[in-house]
Design a protein around this ligand. Structure first.
Ligand code: HEM
Length: 208
């Protein structure tokens, strides 16, 4: 199924859509820490940990991440090996945006953060060591190094999505001529709501 480059692009886009849905749910839950507050956040975390549908989705999401990362690295290496030698002299800025030319770097930075986040939050959470999730998350934001790394990772994700959102629609065949303007505007809004939304939560808890 994944033999042609078109099917690889479509699979990449589908994994991108899955990850974007996950990130919307994650941001919505994190925002409850700001408003209404701790109690609602703890209820949302409990719901995510116990709801049967979410339990089924968790391994699917995990596989989606593995697939997206592996395919992203594979496509990048393939693109590099296909480039003509003279490419080094080419000024890409006139054709493509910075975000579109650096998807692999913004992606790898997000991956670095994900590994760190997994180790810092997910493992203590799953091992049952932690009962007060609000305290764990807000406590991590008291560390300036963690908060700076967190904000940089979400700026990287914002950049990744500022190209990824519209690219995913294009990959699944949404006609560029008809819908480009709308998808572009929605993509920019989505990317920066995600990037700045997570960052503002971290900054708020660093200072408060
Ligand atoms: C929550 C995290 C992430 C989200 C929401 C996300 C989302 C997306 C989306 C929507 C696309 C566009 C797909 C398309 O063009 O059809 C994309 C492309 C890409 N992603 Fe991610 N991504 C994430 C993490 C990562 C990570 C960790 C990597 C690590 C390598 C990565 C590497 C790439 C690459 C290289 C592309 C461009 C593929 C290509 O078209 O050649 N992404 N991403």
């Amino acid at each position: 199924m994944l033999k042609t480059s078109v099917s690889k692009k479509i699979a990449m886009a589908l994994s991108g859509f899955l990850l974007m849905m996950f990130i919307v749910i994650h941001l919505s839950i994190n925002l409850t820490m700001l408003w209404p507050g701790k109690e609602t956040f703890e209820q949302a975390v409990h719901f995510m940990a116990t709801n049967p549908f979410i339990r089924v989705m968790e391994p699917i999401l995990f596989l989606g991440f593995i697939f997206h990362i592996s395919m992203g690295i594979y496509l990048e290496l393939k693109n590099r090996s296909n480039r003509p030698v003279g490419y080094v002299k080419y000024d890409g800025s006139s054709v493509a945006t910075w975000a579109s030319r650096n998807m692999i770097w913004t992606g790898l930075f997000v991956l670095l953060f994900l590994i760190f986040h997994f180790w810092n939050y997910y493992i203590p959470f799953k091992s049952g060591e932690v009962h007060d999730h609000y305290l764990l998350v807000t406590g991590l934001f008291k560390n300036p190094v963690y908060t700076v790394f967190y904000v940089l990772a979400f700026i990287a994700l914002g950049l990744h999505l500022s190209h990824g959102f519209e690219s995913a629609f294009q990959s699944v065949g949404v006609p560029r001529e008809k819908c480009y303007r709308w998808i572009h505007v929605c993509g920019q809004c989505f990317a920066w709501i995600v990037g700045l939304g997570f960052s503002l939560i971290a900054i708020y808890f660093y200072f408060n």
